[in-house]
Design a protein around this ligand. Structure first.
Ligand code: NIG
Length: 430
């Protein structure tokens, strides 16, 4: 079955002449627009572009009426496998309790860990599957999903199986990451927990899921710099790509170490020092900005209590990743939702784009490249993230004709049609 998308404005994200690989520097802001084209899709791939093409027999036709067709979003950092909820914690945060203080008191990530451990595999799989449908409606066609709420060998494996099983019936593509160093189980304490992660959990994950990325959270109350380096080294030794949550609340010096170890990405970067931003920019490691999280972890106390001023209407101080400097220094930049129940309750790549432009210093064109072509390359895909003959037909049709509206609108639900592997997965005829 073939598909013809008629009269669209195609945002192809083709590489500018002389540029290949991840988009950096000026190339990040070069999205390539082709006006009033027809796009033919066959056997799951983009076949051709042209003007007023004839409709092949039996071909499904979507008339774009001049609206934008672009590659589906590649959300390269999510925690979409979780159970329970964090509404109680959120109420505490509205009372002025900080995200890290809740974690240090055994809540936060650890409360989701307890819920996940108690949830059967099939229930977890169903939860992930429903969330996959939700992100598809928001235009995400490739997604990375981390474990990290198991933090015990059997529970981490259960999470990875749930993510893998949920992906089977989803038309898009799911990339698994084992977030083995997400927190420290307080029942074991740091020394025993790190030891078990290195010598039991990592080998078990390696045996069943060889080659998936290994991730950790280097932070006060989570993994120390020294233990982070040990886990990254052990994972690398086994041939796993390595990623890390770095500099979310405090700068720990992980960037320099992880770059030295050849990390695939370093994510968050809200507190990265100018010196370490340079180290990152001059490496092959991608920096992943998660701007929704900066909002998600910032709350104002509604009422005054000891040591906490009452809500006054003043803007609280919020720290975003300085992606402008990373781009200007020549670094590789992606943005992602960080969808999770604690710090980033969202499913929306369009919202990540809108905030990256407002608060991380990216232009709309740069943010779009950082949400499509760059994360596709970061996750190891050469067949998507752009629209070109021979590429996988993961495409979205927006109800906008000017791509800047994607960044301009806040919470606007701009996706009119989603095409995954050449099949129409969602279509609103408007
Ligand atoms: O990237 N910071 C660590 N991990 C997630 C939060 C997970 C949670 O709070 O459940 C993040 O923000």
């Amino acid at each position: 079955m073939s598909l013809l998308i008629r009269r669209c404005r195609a945002l192809t994200l083709e590489a500018p002449p002389g540029h290949s690989g991840p988009r950096t520097g000026a190339a990040l802001g070069s999205v390539s627009i082709r006006d009033n084209v027809d796009v033919v899709v066959r056997a799951g791939k983009v076949e051709s572009f042209g003007e007023s093409l004839t409709v092949p027999p039996g071909c499904q036709v979507i008339d774009a009426h001049g609206d934008l067709l672009m590659p589906g979003f590649v959300d390269c950092h999510t925690h979409l496998c979780w159970a329970g909820d964090r509404l109680g914690e959120w109420a505490k945060r509205l009372d002025g309790v900080a995200y890290l203080d809740i974690l240090k008191a055994g809540g936060g990530i650890m409360s989701t860990v307890r819920a996940v451990r108690e949830t059967p595999l099939q229930t977890l799989t169903d939860l992930v599957r429903r969330r996959l449908d939700t992100i598809l409606r928001h235009g995400t066609t490739t997604v990375e999903i981390k474990s990290g709420y198991g933090l015990a060998t059997d529970a981490e494996i259960k999470m990875l199986r749930a993510i893998r099983d949920a992906a089977v019936t989803w038309p898009g593509t799911v990339v698994l990451t084992a977030l083995l160093g997400h927190a420290i189980d307080p029942d074991l304490g740091p020394a025993k927990f790190v030891d078990r992660t290195l010598h039991e959990t990592l080998p078990a994950v390696h045996a069943e899921f060889p080659g998936i990325a290994i991730d950790l959270f280097c932070e006060d109350g989570a993994w120390t710099l020294a233990d982070s380096v040990r886990l990254l080294e052990a994972a690398r030794e086994l041939g796993h790509p390595i990623r890390a949550h770095a500099d979310q609340f405090t700068s720990k010096g992980l960037i320099t170490e992880a770059v030295r170890l050849g990390a695939r990405s370093l994510d968050h970067l809200e507190q990265t020092t100018p010196r370490e931003m340079e180290v990152l920019a001059h490496s092959q490691t991608f920096g992943v900005g998660l701007p929704i999280t900066s909002l998600g972890t910032t709350t104002v106390a509604h009422r005054a209590r000891e040591g906490v001023p009452a809500f006054s209407g003043a803007t609280p101080s919020i720290k975003f990743a300085n992606l402008r400097s990373l781009v200007d220094l020549g670094g590789r930049v992606c943005i992602a939702t960080n969808a999770n129940p604690g710090s980033s309750p969202t499913y929306s790549m369009p919202l990540a784009i809108a905030l990256a432009v407002r608060f991380c210093g990216l232009t709309p064109d740069e943010a779009i490249s950082a949400a499509t072509v760059n994360p596709a390359i970061m996750l190891g895909f050469k067949d998507r993230g752009t629209i070109a003959p021979g590429k996988r037909a993961d495409l979205i049709l927006l109800r906008h004709s000017d791509h800047r509206e994607l960044a301009y609108e806040l919470g606007g639900d701009p996706v009119r049609a989603v095409i995954v592997n050449g099949q129409v997965a969602r279509y609103y005829a408007t």
